[in-house]
Design a protein around this ligand. Structure first.
Ligand SMILES: [Zn+2]
Length: 358
């Protein structure tokens, strides 16, 4: 089978690999669609970051470069390993792409397995990836979805789960007003979850195309250009002078952080989703004087079941976020290139590793 493997910075190759072995407790999946994520781009441009360096195997997967990429994927079950009796060949599934030590509690009540020591990601730290034609995944991380959800949309359930967990961290509820700083894929999908919950969403974004996307998809009630509009004033106006109840930092840009802190109401909640590669200049005075709650959020924990429900029920439509479909051979020249150089026009580019559906 063919798979896109990461060998190091700027080096991704399409390799011919043996099919994965469907061992006891695992599920064999024919990958239908796999999204390209910002994390993949970071690995390509600046990595290895999450991918295990040569000579330093990942503590849980035990693997080093090269690794198959791709952690946002959907597919169809083609085999089940011994002991797996609650999932069938032919079933449509998505994967929660974790690699977690066996001694960690990953049960339905756990709220912190995503923070456990030795954590890794399928598609970054080993155990195959969604940018290969087939993959075998431990049953725990395989989530069946209804046949009514198209498999291309289903590939977006993973990044949507990132938005869902961030919204959970914020404590936002219906009737609240949220300010989202940055309308890249995660800002847009976080907004989609907020809208589905009945929250009023204000997006601040420089790119006119992204603002347009936020409005077109209906995930934002207002999309503001911070160069044209005083975002803080506008939020005050929309909230009767009160300020935003919650704010989401999705840009890792200092002026956005400042705007969010300013626009939040007293006792508001700031959730930081963006992965900051540098330290921030943080307004501690404002934090204290407004009693603002600042919360980090990373990935997701037991978020896939409720997110799948939101998608199955039609409360969130994912099709508008799919802006391109390519084959494995176009991964770097078409996919990565577009996202690196023309990312204003693209939200999610999906790859079909087998070429089916193109
Ligand atoms: Zn990702």
């Amino acid at each position: 089978m063919r798979a896109a493997r990461y060998y190091g910075r700027g080096d991704i190759r399409i390799d011919d690999l043996p099919e994965p072995e469907v061992t006891p407790g695992t599920v064999g999946i024919d990958v239908a669609w796999c999204g390209i994520c910002g994390t993949d781009l970071h690995e390509y441009l600046e990595g290895p970051i999450f991918c295990p360096q040569p000579g330093q195997p990942h503590p849980t997967s035990g693997e080093t470069l090269p690794v198959t990429l791709g952690h946002e994927f959907s597919g169809v079950v083609y085999a089940v390993g011994e002991g797996v009796d609650d999932i069938e060949v032919g079933q449509h599934v998505v994967v929660e792409p974790y690699i977690i030590r066996d001694d960690v509690d990953t049960g339905p009540e756990s709220t912190d397995y995503h923070l456990s020591e030795g954590l890794g990601f399928i598609g970054l730290s080993g155990r195959g990836g969604g940018l290969g034609e087939k993959i075998a995944v431990q049953r725990r991380w395989v989530h069946p979805i209804a046949d009514s959800v198209p498999l291309d949309e289903a590939a977006l359930i993973e990044p949507l789960s990132v938005g869902y967990h961030a919204v959970q961290r914020s404590g936002a509820s219906a009737g609240d007003v949220a300010l989202v700083g940055g309308a890249g894929p995660i800002g847009l999908l976080t907004s989609a979850v907020l809208k589905a919950l009945g929250v009023t969403v204000v997006v601040s974004e420089l790119s006119p195309l992204r603002r347009q996307k936020a409005l077109e998809t209906g995930v934002a009630d207002h999309a503001l250009d911070p160069r044209e509009v005083d975002v803080v004033e506008e939020v005050r106006r929309l909230t009767g002078g009160r300020g935003a109840d919650v704010a989401f930092e999705c840009s890792s840009v200092q002026p956005v952080l400042d705007t969010l802190m300013e626009a939040l109401r007293p006792t508001g909640v700031l959730v930081v989703i963006a992965i900051w590669g540098h330290r921030a200049d943080f307004d501690m005075f404002k934090l204290v004087m407004k009693e603002i709650d600042t919360r980090g959020t990373i990935a997701y924990v037991n978020s896939h079941p409720p997110v799948i429900e939101l998608v199955e029920s039609g409360k969130i439509q994912l099709t508008p976020f799919i802006t391109g479909k390519i084959g494995l051979e176009g991964l770097v020249d078409e996919g990565f290139d577009t996202l690196i150089h023309r990312n204003e026009t693209a939200v999610k580019i999906l790859v079909s590793p087998s070429g089916r559906g193109l």
